[in-house]
Design a binder for this molecule. Sequence first.
Ligand code: ARG
Length: 577
Amino acid sequence: MNIQTLLNQRIQAAMVAVGAPEDAPALVRQSAKAQFGDYQANGIMGVAKKLKMNPRQLAEQVLEKLELDDLADKVEIAGPGFINIFLKNTWLSEALIRLRHSDRLDVPMADIKETVVVDYSAPNLAKEMHVGHLRSTVIGDAVVRTLEFLGHKVIRQNHVGDWGTQFGMLLAYMERLRAENQQVSMALSDLETFYRAAKLCFDDDPEFANRARELVVALQSGDKDCLALWDEFINISLNHCEETYTMLGVSLTRKDVMPESAYNDDLPQVVDDLKAQGLLTESNGAQCVFLEEFANKDGEITPIIVQKSGGGFLYATTDLAAVRYRYNTLKADRCLYFVDARQSLHFQQIFTLSRKAGFAPQDARLEHMPFGTVMGSDGKPFKTRSGGVAKLSALLEEAQERAFKLVASKNPDMPEDEQRNIGRVVGIASVKYADLSKNRTSDYQFNWDSMLSFEGNTAPYLLYAYSRVASIVRRSEMNIDDLQGEIVIQEPQERALAMQLVQFEEAIQQVVSDGMPHFLSAYLYDLAGTFMTFYEACPILNAQSDVKISRLQLALSTASTLQQGLNLLGIETLERM
Ligand code: ARG
């Protein structure tokens, strides 16, 4: 049930009936204060200005045409021409009954089911995933789950970096270990150490560096032995990624990997197409595209380099090929890119050029979903204590260990395997939720104490709230199927909870339209708080039979909504904590 959409439609119809243009927005929002009703429409003033009318007068005319008798019991004009809407309790309780009996909380499937390509996670396979990959992976996965929940067809694209000059160095090091009869697979069990050792050789040993360069050429010209070595490396590195995805509970699998190397054969064609369209300029021997849209105030343009002077292709060339593939082969209606904000210019250039060159339709919905950096307490990008980049798998291990200790100290009598399981769920959820609850576009500080706290907008708070609501329903010893009957809304705390429950769909719409899961996090946090207030004011288990049944249904719907919401964020719930 999307009340906002429903009210927008009704008010818009009334506006049109009194002479407003078809596309005049009603701008319906949830009201911030109870005195302004449950919803308010803010669109009248703008339309009045266009029609050169007095806004209050226009509002009065709109009210005359407005049909809301079925859902509102009061509609008023406030201030210069706001329309405040007060929903009927009977309508609310009917909406709640529908929600209660629907296995998807009465959230309808999208009217138009789109094919959405989502580019996320995308680590560079030369190294292991580090904390910088957390945001793309976790936010992308939450948006993917929500899109699928609404019935869209999602095609995950894990655009991993598996190509480029670093691989020469890594292959040369594999060769060397092998020549020395050392176990390569052992050495690759820690990619960070492996990378550092290879880099040391590369920097200190000119012969090794030469061999590395030879291997890059051999790899790019398709040399069999070299490809086999590279395959082995990539495979091990992807296994590391998959272990991390499993630990994180992220839905990416091997079949979602569409690596940079997969586009190799398309790259000459991309350059030829750009040339045929007169878009290429040679600059210092490199093939470049200069787009006027990207000129700075002095008229200087940062070019898109698509081919180096030596003939090699670049990151941008691959991304152009990927856009073309996503539209032509995957038949995308919309493409989302969850990539660091520092790549914003890159994506704006790629998107503009793709439309210009016809790699994507003119009106292609190519959307970069940038995110900020994970910072340490010193205000600089988050590092380990020893100053290195924090390996994601190590970070997740630490989260589980810390959460386990916390659980063990709170529940010393619980069997250890249960403490461990709760520690695993809470630890992972804490890291993910700390990220998902922040506005995607800002930087945020990684802080163990605040993410593992049971107070505030945190995973432990929400998981605990869920388990508490679930336990109230359990303690009633009622069979869920017997929880039938009217949901009566009498107390203000009952009403506040009911209202919030029927607003679930509005919260998830923002996740898919803007790629912003923090709106859903904020909603769930508020919902848990509203439930606690309701629970303090309105006894459930000791109430009269029909009040008890009514309130239990509110509790049950709260539990289902918290669980479904957390699930869309990719967070597992616990029945007991
Ligand atoms: N591998 C890249 C990096 O680590 C991210 C790739 C993002 N996706 C893309 N289509 N460029 O920076």
